[in-house]
Ligand binder design. Structure first.
Ligand SMILES: Nc1ncnc2c1ncn2[C@@H]1O[C@H](COP(=O)(O)OP(=O)(O)OP(=O)(O)O)[C@@H](O)[C@H]1O
Length: 315
C-alpha cells in the first residue's frame, strides 16, 4: 500500500454559535489516489478542506500531512498542498500569466516561466495570458484558479467543486486535467455534487453528511456492496398471481399484473444473472413477455438512498 500522505484523526469543527460542521472525522489518504468527497450542501466539505489548508482552525483532532502535524509543524506540509477554491477572490485586475507566476512565488519557489507556460497551455489559457482575469469567462476564471494551484507543483491538490456550474465540455476538460495529475502522481481530493464526476474520476469515495463521514470505500466496492439491479419485464398478458416457479425471487407484480418487477442483486452482476434465470422460468411456465428493461444502480442511487436512510433516522 502506498504511503499515507494525509491523516485526519478525530477531526471536529464547531463554529462560533455552536454549529458542528465536522464531527469526529477519521480519514487516511494515500499517495496517488483520487478521492471524491460527496455530500449535500452544508455537509462540511469546504470546512474539511479549509482545516487541512489552514483556513479553518479545528476545534479538536489532529491533521498530519506528509508526516507533519499541522498544528505544530505546518510550514513544510503546506508548501506541498494546493487548493483550488470555489471562487476567485483576488487578482481580478492582474493579467493571467502574472497572477499564476505570482502564486508560485508565494510558495518560495524560484520563477520558472517554462513551467508556467506549460501549465497555461495545458489548460488552454496560453492565448489569454496577457488578459486581465476579470475579462475572462467564468469557465476560464476557474481554469486560472487551477493554474494558480498547480503553479507551485503541489503533491496534494484539493479541488473544491471544480466543475460546479460549468458546462459539460469544460467539465470533461477538467476531468482530463485531473487525469494528467493522476499520471504525474499528484494526489487529488475533490468535492463535488456531481455523482457522475465521482464515478468518472475517483478511486475512493467518501460520503459526508452533517459533518460526519458516513461511508468511505473504494468506488467499485461501494457500488458492488450497495448496488442493486432493477428489472421490469412487461408481460404479453396480465397475470393475477406469481407462478410458483418464481416464488424464490425478489419480484412483484405491478401495473395491474402486466409487469413483473425484480429488485435485487448486489451490484456484482448477480442481479443480471437472476433476471436471466427468471426469464427462463417464465418461458418454462408458459408465460410470454414482450420486453425487459434492466437497470444497474449507479453511485447516484447509492448516494441518494444512503442520505435518505439517514434522513429517516430520528435526530
Ligand atoms: N465561518 C462559518 N461560521 C459559521 N458557520 C459556518 C461557517 N462556515 C461554514 N459554516 C456552516 O458549516 C456547515 C458546513 O459548511 P461547509 O461550507 O463546510 O459545507 P459544504 O459541504 O462545503 O457545503 P456546500 O456544498 O454548500 O459548499 C454549514 O452549515 C455552514 O453554514
Amino acid at each position: 500500500m502506498s504511503e499515507a500522505i494525509l491523516e485526519l484523526d478525530g477531526l471536529s469543527k464547531v463554529y462560533p454559535g455552536g454549529l458542528k460542521a465536522l464531527d469526529d472525522v477519521n480519514l487516511t489518504i494515500r499517495k496517488g489516489e483520487i478521492f471524491a468527497l460527496l455530500g449535500p450542501n452544508g455537509a462540511g466539505k469546504t470546512t474539511l478542506i479549509g482545516a487541512v489548508c489552514g483556513l479553518v482552525r479545528p476545534t479538536s483532532g489532529t491533521i498530519r500531512a506528509f508526516g507533519h502535524d499541522l498544528a505544530t509543524d505546518w510550514r513544510k506540509a503546506r508548501a506541498r498542498i494546493g487548493l483550488v477554491p470555489q471562487e476567485l477572490s483576488t487578482d481580478m485586475f492582474e493579467p493571467v500569466q502574472r497572477a499564476v507566476a505570482y502564486s508560485r512565488g508565494l510558495f518560495g519557489l524560484a520563477p520558472d516561466p517554462a513551467r508556467i507556460e506549460e501549465i497555461l497551455r495545458s489548460l488552454s489559457l496560453w492565448d489569454k495570458k496577457d488578459e486581465r482575469i476579470m475579462a475572462l469567462s467564468g469557465g476560464m476564471k476557474r481554469r486560472v484558479l487551477i493554474a494558480k494551484a498547480l503553479a507551485h507543483e503541489p503533491d496534494l491538490l484539493f479541488l473544491d467543486e471544480p466543475t460546479a456550474g460549468v458546462d459539460v465540455e469544460l467539465r470533461k476538460g477538467m476531468w482530463a486535467i485531473i487525469d494528467q495529475m493522476r499520471a504525474k502522481g499528484v494526489t487529488v481530493i475533490l468535492t463535488t455534487h456531481y455523482i457522475e464526476e465521482a464515478e468518472e474520476m475517483a478511486d475512493r469515495v467518501g460520503i459526508i453528511r452533517k459533518g460526519q463521514l458516513i461511508m468511505v470505500d473504494e468506488k467499485e466496492a461501494m457500488m458492488a456492496r450497495l448496488g442493486r439491479t432493477e428489472a421490469h419485464i412487461s408481460l404479453a398478458s396480465p397475470l393475477s398471481e406469481l407462478p410458483p416457479a418464481l416464488a424464490q425471487y425478489p419480484i412483484e407484480l405491478e401495473e395491474g399484473g402486466t409487469s413483473l418487477c425484480y429488485r435485487g442483486g448486489d451490484g456484482t452482476g448477480r442481479g443480471k444473472a437472476e433476471v436471466a434465470d427468471i426469464t427462463k422460468a417464465l418461458i418454462g411456465s408458459g408465460i410470454d413477455y414482450k420486453g425487459i428493461d434492466v437497470r444497474e444502480s449507479s453511485l447516484e442511487d447509492i448516494f441518494v438512498s444512503l442520505l435518505g436512510e439517514e434522513e429517516e433516522q430520528p435526530a
